[in-house]
Design a protein around this ligand. Structure first.
Ligand code: AHN
Ligand code: ZN
Length: 331
């Protein structure tokens, strides 16, 4: 008898320590029935290494040799984790009429699944540190650790995890190019529209596959700084409030309410705006906004200080685990 109780107790301990197991309502059947959902672990050391690798290449500026080196590495990493990869090549026109080579990279996980979602981040680096305190830096490219590499690093880690644990839904990972070539702040008297998100604008008007569709999208932008504050960004609330609520609820269930705030903030002209507007895919932006800073973003935004030392594994974990929970609760 005593041994039976001991075995039962041991089994309970072993079962409860296996991954993050949780219950979800099985809404297609009896709403009282529950289904066990096991969400795999997001490894923030791995995600951090992915961010560091990109930064170590140097700035990934469109038209530079690092654009080619980093493109090929992103493609090979996605393939290594079992994704089906497509590279969309285009030429886009910058605010100053420069024609830039653009490579949007798409990795499909579980490509035959009918129910799909899109996860995305921009992978290019801004060519100008136009918010740097030293004017001599305004024409230099930024390291783009947080503004670029952080979102990509999280999504590469997601691709690695999904290569080991196939989700029931399909997941398409999009790396947008030429997001951050927008008009510099010193470019007085210009005020051009739509100078940001050139890669996502191109894809949203020219999808890589005819009839391409997914249920919804989640964009990551500046998702690696210490104590990041993700407000409910204005365009996300306008175009996809239900997705916003769903993702925020998953974050809160994990105890991340200090990062995912229940407070609205300014709309930002980011890649999700064009995906919503032209591709009609309801898409939210998980973006670090700061209501007390001059730029509206974190202090090293568009400066030479946006470097790997600003990347915090705790923030990568918060965002990555929230995404994994969102994916594994879908069917
Ligand atoms: C504007 O500031 C208009 N858009 C910001 C988009 C952006 C730049 N995301 C990252 N860098
Ligand atoms: Zn930027």
């Amino acid at each position: 008898m005593k041994t039976n109780i001991l075995i039962f107790a041991l089994a309970a301990i072993v079962l409860s320590s296996c991954g993050s197991s949780d219950k979800k309502k099985n809404s297609d059947n009896d709403t009282t029935a529950v289904q066990n959902v096991v969400v795999p672990e997001f490894n923030s050391d791995s995600a951090h290494a992915y961010v560091a690798k990109q930064v170590a290449f140097g700035s990934r500026v469109p038209g530079s040799s690092m654009q080619i080196v980093c493109r090929d590495w992103l493609v090979s990493e996605l393939k290594r984790h079992g994704a089906e990869v497509f590279v969309q090549e285009a030429s886009v026109r910058a605010y100053n009429n420069t024609i830039l080579p653009c490579y949007n990279i798409i990795g499909s996980i579980n490509p035959d699944a009918k129910s799909r979602i899109m996860l995305s981040a921009h992978w290019d680096s801004r060519p100008y540190a136009d918010w740097d305190s030293d004017p001599a830096n305004h024409s230099k490219p930024i390291p783009a650790a947080n503004d670029g590499a952080s979102g990509v690093g999280i999504l590469l880690e997601i691709a690695r995890v999904l290569g080991e644990h196939t989700p029931s839904i399909g997941v398409d990972i999009f790396f947008w190019d030429v997001e951050d070539y927008g008009e510099p702040k010193d470019n007085q008297g210009q005020e051009k529209e739509d100078t940001w998100g050139l890669g996502s604008q191109y894809w949203s008007k020219n999808p890589h596959k005819v009839g391409y569709n997914v249920r919804y999208g989640i964009l990551l932008d500046m998702t690696g700084a210490t104590n990041a504050t993700f407000y409910q960004e204005g365009f996300s609330m306008r175009f996809a409030p239900g997705i916003m609520r769903k993702v925020w609820d998953h974050a809160h269930a994990l105890g991340y309410e200090k990062y995912f705030l229940n407070e609205e903030a300014n709309p930002i002209m980011d890649d999700h705006y064009y995906v919503n507007k032209y591709a009609n895919i309801p898409t939210i932006d998980i973006i670090h906004q700061d209501k007390n800073s001059e730029t509206g973003f974190y202090p090293s935004w568009h400066t030479m200080q946006d470097d790997i030392d600003k990347i915090d594994k705790a923030t990568l974990k918060v965002v990555g685990q929230t995404l994994l929970r969102t994916i594994f609760y879908e069917k």
